[in-house]
Write a protein that binds this ligand. Structure first.
Ligand SMILES: *Cc1c(COP(=O)(O)O)cnc(C)c1O
Length: 333
Protein backbone atom coordinates (compact mmCIF):
# COMPACT_ATOMS: atom_id res chain seq x y z
CA UNK A 1 0.00 0.00 0.00
CA UNK A 2 1.10 3.54 -0.73
CA UNK A 3 2.63 5.18 2.33
CA UNK A 4 3.90 8.44 3.76
CA UNK A 5 7.31 9.19 5.23
CA UNK A 6 7.53 11.84 7.91
CA UNK A 7 10.97 13.36 8.31
CA UNK A 8 11.44 14.09 12.00
CA UNK A 9 14.66 16.00 11.52
CA UNK A 10 13.07 18.40 9.05
CA UNK A 11 10.08 18.95 11.32
CA UNK A 12 12.36 19.78 14.26
CA UNK A 13 14.44 21.99 11.99
CA UNK A 14 11.35 24.01 10.99
CA UNK A 15 10.18 24.33 14.58
CA UNK A 16 13.65 25.55 15.60
CA UNK A 17 13.53 28.17 12.86
CA UNK A 18 10.31 29.59 14.28
CA UNK A 19 11.61 29.26 17.81
CA UNK A 20 14.41 31.65 16.80
CA UNK A 21 11.69 34.17 15.97
CA UNK A 22 9.41 33.68 18.98
CA UNK A 23 12.23 33.26 21.46
CA UNK A 24 10.68 30.21 23.11
CA UNK A 25 9.02 26.86 22.49
CA UNK A 26 6.17 27.78 24.80
CA UNK A 27 5.04 30.56 22.50
CA UNK A 28 4.49 28.27 19.52
CA UNK A 29 1.06 26.62 19.20
CA UNK A 30 1.32 23.93 16.56
CA UNK A 31 -1.77 23.77 14.32
CA UNK A 32 -2.82 20.13 14.00
CA UNK A 33 -6.25 20.55 12.42
CA UNK A 34 -7.35 18.27 9.58
CA UNK A 35 -5.16 15.37 10.57
CA UNK A 36 -2.19 17.71 11.03
CA UNK A 37 -2.50 18.94 7.44
CA UNK A 38 -2.59 15.29 6.35
CA UNK A 39 0.63 14.40 8.20
CA UNK A 40 -1.18 12.41 10.93
CA UNK A 41 -2.73 13.93 14.05
CA UNK A 42 -1.41 11.70 16.82
CA UNK A 43 1.98 11.25 15.20
CA UNK A 44 2.62 14.98 14.76
CA UNK A 45 1.29 15.69 18.26
CA UNK A 46 3.77 13.22 19.66
CA UNK A 47 6.69 14.67 17.67
CA UNK A 48 5.69 18.21 18.68
CA UNK A 49 5.75 17.22 22.35
CA UNK A 50 9.08 15.48 21.84
CA UNK A 51 10.46 18.75 20.48
CA UNK A 52 9.15 20.53 23.55
CA UNK A 53 6.03 22.31 22.35
CA UNK A 54 3.30 22.66 24.94
CA UNK A 55 0.42 24.11 22.90
CA UNK A 56 -1.68 22.96 19.96
CA UNK A 57 -4.59 24.16 17.83
CA UNK A 58 -7.26 21.90 16.32
CA UNK A 59 -10.72 22.28 14.86
CA UNK A 60 -12.84 20.01 17.06
CA UNK A 61 -13.00 18.81 20.64
CA UNK A 62 -12.81 15.24 19.32
CA UNK A 63 -9.41 15.97 17.79
CA UNK A 64 -8.28 17.53 21.07
CA UNK A 65 -9.25 14.38 23.01
CA UNK A 66 -6.89 12.32 20.90
CA UNK A 67 -3.82 14.46 21.64
CA UNK A 68 -4.52 15.80 25.13
CA UNK A 69 -1.78 13.77 26.74
CA UNK A 70 0.87 15.65 24.75
CA UNK A 71 -0.03 19.29 25.50
CA UNK A 72 -0.72 21.69 28.35
CA UNK A 73 -3.13 23.79 26.34
CA UNK A 74 -5.20 23.14 23.21
CA UNK A 75 -7.16 25.80 21.33
CA UNK A 76 -10.25 24.54 19.48
CA UNK A 77 -11.20 26.65 16.51
CA UNK A 78 -14.66 25.48 15.58
CA UNK A 79 -16.65 23.55 18.16
CA UNK A 80 -19.14 24.17 20.93
CA UNK A 81 -17.40 25.28 24.13
CA UNK A 82 -17.59 22.78 26.98
CA UNK A 83 -15.80 22.56 30.31
CA UNK A 84 -12.35 21.12 29.81
CA UNK A 85 -9.37 22.43 31.78
CA UNK A 86 -6.84 21.72 29.05
CA UNK A 87 -8.86 23.27 26.22
CA UNK A 88 -10.05 26.71 25.20
CA UNK A 89 -12.65 27.36 22.52
CA UNK A 90 -12.70 30.13 19.93
CA UNK A 91 -15.85 32.25 20.06
CA UNK A 92 -16.68 32.84 16.39
CA UNK A 93 -19.92 34.81 16.86
CA UNK A 94 -22.21 36.22 19.55
CA UNK A 95 -24.36 33.08 19.16
CA UNK A 96 -21.38 30.93 20.18
CA UNK A 97 -21.47 32.64 23.56
CA UNK A 98 -25.08 31.58 24.11
CA UNK A 99 -24.31 28.00 23.08
CA UNK A 100 -21.23 27.65 25.29
CA UNK A 101 -21.42 25.56 28.44
CA UNK A 102 -21.34 27.70 31.57
CA UNK A 103 -17.84 27.72 33.04
CA UNK A 104 -16.05 26.81 29.82
CA UNK A 105 -12.79 28.50 28.81
CA UNK A 106 -13.09 30.65 25.70
CA UNK A 107 -11.00 32.91 23.46
CA UNK A 108 -12.77 35.75 21.72
CA UNK A 109 -12.13 35.87 18.00
CA UNK A 110 -12.48 39.30 16.42
CA UNK A 111 -13.22 39.85 12.76
CA UNK A 112 -10.56 42.38 11.78
CA UNK A 113 -11.23 42.14 8.05
CA UNK A 114 -11.35 38.55 6.88
CA UNK A 115 -15.15 38.49 7.29
CA UNK A 116 -15.36 34.79 7.82
CA UNK A 117 -15.33 34.19 11.56
CA UNK A 118 -15.25 36.26 14.74
CA UNK A 119 -17.39 38.99 16.29
CA UNK A 120 -17.43 42.37 14.54
CA UNK A 121 -15.19 45.15 15.84
CA UNK A 122 -18.23 47.00 17.22
CA UNK A 123 -19.54 43.88 18.98
CA UNK A 124 -16.51 43.39 21.22
CA UNK A 125 -17.94 45.11 24.31
CA UNK A 126 -21.27 43.34 23.89
CA UNK A 127 -19.41 40.03 23.55
CA UNK A 128 -17.42 40.64 26.74
CA UNK A 129 -20.61 41.52 28.61
CA UNK A 130 -22.32 38.35 27.44
CA UNK A 131 -19.26 36.22 28.24
CA UNK A 132 -19.32 37.57 31.81
CA UNK A 133 -23.06 37.13 32.11
CA UNK A 134 -22.87 33.52 30.98
CA UNK A 135 -19.98 32.92 33.39
CA UNK A 136 -17.54 31.81 30.74
CA UNK A 137 -13.84 32.16 31.45
CA UNK A 138 -12.21 34.46 28.90
CA UNK A 139 -8.57 33.43 28.40
CA UNK A 140 -7.66 34.96 25.05
CA UNK A 141 -8.30 37.43 22.26
CA UNK A 142 -7.45 36.43 18.70
CA UNK A 143 -7.90 37.25 15.04
CA UNK A 144 -6.93 35.73 11.71
CA UNK A 145 -5.31 37.54 8.77
CA UNK A 146 -6.72 37.21 5.30
CA UNK A 147 -3.75 38.38 3.23
CA UNK A 148 -0.60 37.68 5.20
CA UNK A 149 0.68 35.58 2.30
CA UNK A 150 0.19 38.29 -0.30
CA UNK A 151 2.44 41.11 -1.30
CA UNK A 152 0.28 43.94 0.01
CA UNK A 153 -0.15 46.21 2.99
CA UNK A 154 -3.47 44.62 3.98
CA UNK A 155 -1.79 42.71 6.75
CA UNK A 156 -0.84 46.01 8.42
CA UNK A 157 -4.36 47.36 8.12
CA UNK A 158 -5.69 44.23 9.83
CA UNK A 159 -3.02 44.42 12.52
CA UNK A 160 -4.07 48.02 13.20
CA UNK A 161 -7.66 46.87 13.60
CA UNK A 162 -6.51 44.17 15.95
CA UNK A 163 -4.59 46.69 18.05
CA UNK A 164 -7.84 48.61 18.47
CA UNK A 165 -9.63 45.39 19.43
CA UNK A 166 -6.91 44.67 21.98
CA UNK A 167 -7.18 48.07 23.61
CA UNK A 168 -11.00 47.90 23.82
CA UNK A 169 -10.79 44.41 25.32
CA UNK A 170 -8.02 45.29 27.76
CA UNK A 171 -10.08 48.15 29.17
CA UNK A 172 -12.54 45.51 30.42
CA UNK A 173 -10.48 42.40 31.18
CA UNK A 174 -6.97 41.57 32.31
CA UNK A 175 -4.72 38.54 32.07
CA UNK A 176 -5.73 37.17 28.73
CA UNK A 177 -3.42 36.09 25.96
CA UNK A 178 -3.33 37.87 22.63
CA UNK A 179 -2.57 36.17 19.32
CA UNK A 180 -3.03 36.80 15.63
CA UNK A 181 -0.07 35.26 13.79
CA UNK A 182 -0.32 32.33 11.40
CA UNK A 183 2.76 31.05 9.52
CA UNK A 184 2.77 33.76 6.87
CA UNK A 185 2.49 36.56 9.43
CA UNK A 186 5.23 34.95 11.51
CA UNK A 187 7.50 34.91 8.48
CA UNK A 188 6.82 38.55 7.67
CA UNK A 189 6.89 40.18 11.09
CA UNK A 190 8.96 39.86 14.26
CA UNK A 191 7.19 37.42 16.61
CA UNK A 192 8.71 38.43 19.92
CA UNK A 193 5.70 40.60 20.81
CA UNK A 194 3.22 37.70 20.59
CA UNK A 195 2.01 35.57 23.51
CA UNK A 196 1.75 32.77 21.01
CA UNK A 197 1.86 32.16 17.26
CA UNK A 198 -0.47 29.67 15.58
CA UNK A 199 1.94 27.80 13.40
CA UNK A 200 0.53 25.59 10.65
CA UNK A 201 1.98 25.21 7.16
CA UNK A 202 5.40 26.60 8.10
CA UNK A 203 6.00 23.79 10.58
CA UNK A 204 5.38 21.28 7.80
CA UNK A 205 8.00 23.01 5.69
CA UNK A 206 6.18 25.33 3.30
CA UNK A 207 5.68 29.00 2.67
CA UNK A 208 3.23 30.12 0.01
CA UNK A 209 4.62 33.66 0.33
CA UNK A 210 6.34 35.51 -2.52
CA UNK A 211 10.06 34.72 -2.50
CA UNK A 212 11.06 38.06 -0.94
CA UNK A 213 9.48 36.82 2.31
CA UNK A 214 11.54 33.63 2.39
CA UNK A 215 13.06 34.72 5.65
CA UNK A 216 13.46 31.22 7.06
CA UNK A 217 14.93 28.08 5.62
CA UNK A 218 12.06 25.56 5.73
CA UNK A 219 12.24 21.88 4.81
CA UNK A 220 9.34 19.67 3.68
CA UNK A 221 8.38 17.09 6.31
CA UNK A 222 6.22 14.75 4.25
CA UNK A 223 6.90 12.59 1.22
CA UNK A 224 4.46 10.27 -0.53
CA UNK A 225 5.51 6.84 -1.75
CA UNK A 226 3.82 4.09 -3.78
CA UNK A 227 4.60 0.39 -4.12
CA UNK A 228 4.75 -1.71 -7.25
CA UNK A 229 1.87 -4.07 -7.98
CA UNK A 230 2.88 -5.50 -11.37
CA UNK A 231 5.17 -4.89 -14.35
CA UNK A 232 4.42 -5.40 -18.07
CA UNK A 233 5.91 -4.75 -21.47
CA UNK A 234 4.08 -2.43 -23.84
CA UNK A 235 4.51 -2.48 -27.60
CA UNK A 236 4.62 0.79 -29.45
CA UNK A 237 1.03 2.02 -29.94
CA UNK A 238 -0.51 0.11 -27.00
CA UNK A 239 -2.59 2.21 -24.66
CA UNK A 240 -2.68 2.40 -20.87
CA UNK A 241 -5.51 2.80 -18.36
CA UNK A 242 -9.07 4.12 -18.58
CA UNK A 243 -9.87 5.65 -21.93
CA UNK A 244 -6.52 4.38 -23.21
CA UNK A 245 -5.32 7.89 -22.96
CA UNK A 246 -1.62 7.19 -22.87
CA UNK A 247 -0.30 5.70 -26.11
CA UNK A 248 3.15 4.12 -25.90
CA UNK A 249 5.41 6.07 -28.28
CA UNK A 250 7.85 3.12 -28.33
CA UNK A 251 8.23 -0.35 -26.87
CA UNK A 252 8.55 0.18 -23.14
CA UNK A 253 8.37 -1.48 -19.71
CA UNK A 254 5.87 -0.01 -17.27
CA UNK A 255 4.60 -0.87 -13.80
CA UNK A 256 1.39 -0.28 -11.92
CA UNK A 257 1.76 1.39 -8.50
CA UNK A 258 -0.77 1.32 -5.69
CA UNK A 259 -1.79 4.95 -5.44
CA UNK A 260 -4.93 6.63 -6.75
CA UNK A 261 -7.57 9.19 -6.00
CA UNK A 262 -9.00 6.79 -3.38
CA UNK A 263 -5.86 7.52 -1.38
CA UNK A 264 -6.25 11.27 -1.66
CA UNK A 265 -3.97 11.69 -4.63
CA UNK A 266 -5.50 14.06 -7.17
CA UNK A 267 -6.83 12.64 -10.42
CA UNK A 268 -6.12 15.98 -12.00
CA UNK A 269 -5.62 16.47 -15.73
CA UNK A 270 -4.07 13.52 -17.55
CA UNK A 271 -3.31 15.68 -20.58
CA UNK A 272 -0.78 17.51 -18.42
CA UNK A 273 0.50 14.55 -16.44
CA UNK A 274 2.02 14.99 -13.01
CA UNK A 275 5.75 14.32 -12.97
CA UNK A 276 6.92 12.48 -9.85
CA UNK A 277 9.83 13.51 -7.63
CA UNK A 278 11.95 11.01 -9.60
CA UNK A 279 11.06 12.66 -12.91
CA UNK A 280 8.50 10.11 -14.11
CA UNK A 281 5.29 11.37 -15.73
CA UNK A 282 2.13 9.51 -14.72
CA UNK A 283 1.07 7.58 -17.83
CA UNK A 284 -2.62 8.04 -18.70
CA UNK A 285 -5.39 8.54 -16.20
CA UNK A 286 -5.09 8.18 -12.44
CA UNK A 287 -7.50 5.40 -11.30
CA UNK A 288 -9.08 5.03 -7.88
CA UNK A 289 -6.21 2.91 -6.58
CA UNK A 290 -3.59 2.82 -9.33
CA UNK A 291 -1.22 4.80 -11.47
CA UNK A 292 1.19 3.58 -14.15
CA UNK A 293 4.80 4.72 -14.45
CA UNK A 294 7.70 3.78 -16.69
CA UNK A 295 9.69 2.17 -13.89
CA UNK A 296 10.37 -1.23 -12.40
CA UNK A 297 11.41 -0.03 -8.95
CA UNK A 298 9.62 -1.62 -6.01
CA UNK A 299 8.94 1.76 -4.39
CA UNK A 300 8.71 5.15 -6.01
CA UNK A 301 8.57 8.61 -4.49
CA UNK A 302 5.56 10.50 -5.85
CA UNK A 303 6.44 13.83 -4.28
CA UNK A 304 8.74 15.08 -1.55
CA UNK A 305 7.75 18.74 -1.74
CA UNK A 306 4.05 19.63 -1.59
CA UNK A 307 4.77 23.20 -2.63
CA UNK A 308 6.13 22.25 -6.04
CA UNK A 309 3.65 19.35 -6.32
CA UNK A 310 0.87 21.84 -5.62
CA UNK A 311 2.11 24.17 -8.34
CA UNK A 312 2.12 21.25 -10.80
CA UNK A 313 -1.41 20.34 -9.77
CA UNK A 314 -2.55 23.97 -9.89
CA UNK A 315 -3.32 24.12 -6.20
CA UNK A 316 -1.54 24.91 -2.94
CA UNK A 317 0.63 22.82 -0.62
CA UNK A 318 -2.15 22.81 2.02
CA UNK A 319 -4.55 20.94 -0.27
CA UNK A 320 -2.00 18.42 -1.53
CA UNK A 321 -1.10 17.20 1.96
CA UNK A 322 -4.45 17.70 3.70
CA UNK A 323 -6.39 15.42 1.42
CA UNK A 324 -4.02 12.47 1.80
CA UNK A 325 -6.13 9.67 3.17
CA UNK A 326 -5.95 8.82 6.88
CA UNK A 327 -5.59 5.12 6.03
CA UNK A 328 -2.13 5.62 4.46
CA UNK A 329 0.55 4.42 6.81
CA UNK A 330 2.80 7.17 8.18
CA UNK A 331 6.39 6.17 8.89
CA UNK A 332 8.79 8.39 10.80
CA UNK A 333 12.30 8.50 9.35
C1 LIG B 1 -5.36 27.18 9.98
C2 LIG B 1 -5.20 28.32 10.88
C3 LIG B 1 -3.93 28.79 11.25
C4 LIG B 1 -2.64 28.26 10.65
O1 LIG B 1 -2.45 28.82 9.38
P1 LIG B 1 -1.12 28.53 8.53
O2 LIG B 1 -1.27 29.40 7.35
O3 LIG B 1 -1.18 27.09 8.15
O4 LIG B 1 0.01 28.83 9.40
C5 LIG B 1 -3.85 29.80 12.19
N1 LIG B 1 -4.97 30.35 12.74
C6 LIG B 1 -6.21 29.94 12.38
C7 LIG B 1 -7.38 30.60 12.99
C8 LIG B 1 -6.37 28.93 11.43
O5 LIG B 1 -7.60 28.56 11.05
Amino acid sequence: MAFIKINRENFFHNLSQFQLKTGSKESIAIVLKDNAYGHGLELMAKLSAEFGLTQAVVRTHDEAQKIKQYFKQILILGDKAVIDDSCSFAINSLEDIEKAQIGSRVELKVDTGMHRNGVAMDEIEEAIKRIEKRELILVGLMTHNRSADELSSELFWQQKNFEKAVSVTMSHVKNIRIHSYNSATSLRLPCNNQDTIRLGIGAYGYSELPAIYDTLDLKPVLSLWAKKISTRKLKKGERVGYGGQFIAPKDMTVSTYDLGYGDGWMRSNSFEPFVTAEGLPILGRVSMDYIVLESTKDEVCIFDNALSAGRELKTISYEVTTQLNKKLKRIVT
